[in-house]
Design a protein around this ligand. Structure first.
Ligand code: GCU
Length: 425
C-alpha cells in the first residue's frame, strides 16, 4: 500500500468506504484514477461488423440496429422469450379517492401463465385526476416493493421474496407494514401527478427474485434453463417491463404511445435494456446505472465487467463472462446500447458521489451515441465535455451529474419531467 500513488490510495479508501476491499475479494481493487483508465477504442456505431459504412437512418434501422441488438443479446444480456400466450391482466383495485382525493390508485394483477406455473406480479398505477383524455406515463421498476413508494395505506404489501433489511424490519425475506413508504424519497409521486403524468411501477422481485438460484424462481422457472446466450435476471426484469407495457396498452386512461421507462442502478441497466429492445417505449431513463448500464465498459473505472459478473453471476448471460479479462474483444460497448434507443429520447443521470458507476463513462456513452441520432437529423447531448454538477444538458440525449450519492432524488425527477415535457407532450 505504501508504494501506491496518493490517487491510488484514495481509490482504495473510496473502495473500502463503499464496501469493496481487496481483502473481501480476489479481484484487484477498483480503479478510481482517471490517469489509469486504459487506452481503448470503441466499436464505431456507424460501421457494420463486415466493415460496411452505415450512411443513413435507413441503413441504421434496417441493418446496423438489428446487428447491434443481436450482439447485445448474444454477448451481454441474453435473449428473452416472446410474450407468453397465457398472459392475463386483472384490475384488483381502483380507488378514485387516493392521496387525499388527488389521484386514482389502481392495481393490476399480471399472471404470467405458461404450462402449469402461474407466477403473479402486481402493477401499481397512480393516475392524476381531472385530465382531458389519456395521460403520458412513467413506468418504473422498484427495489423493495410497490408499498415502499409511498405511505399511502391502500398500496398492497408485496408478497414476493425481498432482501432482508434491519431498518425496515424485513428479516425473513418477507415485507410487512414496517417498510411501507420506506423508499418514498426516491419517488416524487405527487410531483409527477401534478405535472400531468401517471406513475406505474412494479417490484422487480415479482418478476425474478434477485439472487443466484440457477434460474429456479420467478418467471425463469416457466422456461427451460437458459443457454449461454439466453436471459439472465436483467433481461428477465426488462421482459417484465414490456409485459407491463402490454397492460398499459389496454388501459384507456394511459397514452401507451407516451410511456417513459425508468429505473435506478441495476434497474437502470434494466430500463435501458427494456427500452433498447422494445421500441414501443417512447422515452428511456437511466438513473445511476453504471457498469452494464450506461457506463462504458472499456474504461474499467469503478465497477468492471469482471467484477459485476463475479458478484452478480445471474444478471447477464453466461457468454458475457468470456469478456471478463478481454473487454476490448467485446463487439459492443454501452454507447451502442444508448444508440439502440434512437431516434427516441434517452436520459442518462449520474451522481458525483457515485464513482462506482463511473459518471464520466456514463456521460461518454451518451456522447458517443450521438452519431446515430444525427442520422435522424437529431442532436445528442450537444456538448463535448461532461457538464459541471447540477447543470443538465442535452437534446435527444439528456444528461446530468447530480451532486450527491447513488440515489434517486427530487432533482433527478425534476429533470426527467422537464425532459418528458419537451419530448412527450
Ligand atoms: C451494486 C452493483 C451495481 C448496481 C448496484 C445497485 O453496487 O455493483 O452494478 O448498479 O449494486 O443496483 O444498487
Amino acid at each position: 500500500m505504501t508504494n501506491l500513488r496518493p490517487t491510488r490510495r484514495l481509490s482504495l479508501a473510496i473502495a473500502t468506504l463503499i464496501g469493496f476491499t481487496m481483502s473481501d475479494s480476489p479481484l484487484p481493487a477498483a480503479n478510481y484514477d482517471e490517469a489509469e483508465v486504459p487506452r481503448y477504442e470503441l466499436p464505431d456505431p456507424l460501421t457494420m461488423q463486415n466493415g460496411t459504412r452505415v450512411k443513413s437512418a435507413k441503413d441504421w434501422v434496417e441493418k446496423r440496429r438489428p446487428e447491434v441488438l443481436e450482439l447485445f443479446r448474444k454477448h451481454v444480456y441474453g435473449r428473452s422469450p416472446e410474450r407468453p400466450s397465457g398472459l392475463k391482466f386483472k384490475v384488483i383495485q381502483n380507488d378514485t379517492t387516493a392521496l387525499g382525493g388527488q389521484a386514482v390508485r389502481r392495481e393490476v394483477l399480471i399472471t404470467f401463465a405458461r404450462n402449469e406455473a402461474t407466477p403473479e406480479a402486481t402493477l401499481l398505477i397512480y393516475l392524476p385526476k381531472d385530465t382531458d383524455g389519456p395521460v403520458p406515463a412513467f413506468l418504473t421498476i422498484n427495489f423493495v416493493g410497490n408499498h415502499t413508494l409511498h405511505t399511502d395505506p391502500g398500496i398492497s404489501i408485496s408478497r414476493s421474496w425481498v432482501r432482508n433489511n434491519k431498518d425496515w424490519g424485513i428479516d425473513n425475506n418477507r415485507a410487512d407494514e414496517r417498510s411501507r413508504g420506506s423508499r418514498r424519497s426516491r419517488w416524487a409521486v405527487e410531483k409527477i401527478l401534478k405535472r400531468g403524468y401517471a406513475l406505474a411501477t412494479i417490484y422487480y422481485g415479482d418478476i425474478d427474485p434477485d439472487y443466484d438460484d440457477g434460474f429456479a424462481n420467478g418467471i425463469h422457472r416457466l422456461y427451460p434453463k437458459p443457454k449461454p446466450d439466453e436471459w439472465g435476471s436483467i433481461s428477465a426484469w426488462a421482459w417484465g417491463m414490456s409485459r407491463c407495457l402490454d397492460y398499459l396498452e389496454t388501459d384507456r386512461d394511459i397514452n401507451a404511445k407516451k410511456v417513459a421507462v425508468m429505473g435506478h442502478s441495476r434497474l437502470g441497466k434494466t430500463s435501458l435494456w427494456a427500452g433498447a429492445q422494445d421500441e414501443r417505449f417512447a422515452m428511456v431513463i437511466s438513473n445511476d446505472s453504471g457498469c452494464g448500464g450506461a457506463a462504458l465498459s472499456r474504461r474499467e473505472f469503478g465497477e468492471t465487467v469482471k467484477r459485476i459478473n463475479t458478484s452478480f453471476p445471474h444478471w447477464f448471460c453466461d457468454n458475457f463472462t468470456q469478456y471478463n479479462d478481454r473487454i476490448n474483444d467485446l463487439p459492443v460497448d454501452q454507447h451502442l446500447l444508448i444508440a439502440l434507443v434512437a431516434p427516441r429520447p434517452v436520459y442518462i443521470a449520474s451522481a458525483t458521489g457515485d464513482p462506482w458507476a463511473d459518471p464520466k463513462g456514463e456521460f461518454l456513452s451518451g456522447y458517443h451515441a450521438a452519431p446515430v441520432y444525427e442520422l435522424f437529423g437529431l442532436k445528442g447531448v450537444g456538448v463535448a465535455k461532461q457538464p459541471k454538477a447540477d447543470h443538465p444538458v442535452g437534446h435527444h440525449i439528456g444528461y446530468h451529474l447530480r451532486t450527491g450519492k447513488h440515489d434517486v432524488t427530487d432533482f433527478d425527477w425534476e429533470q426527467y419531467l422537464n425532459f418528458a415535457d419537451r419530448h412527450l407532450k
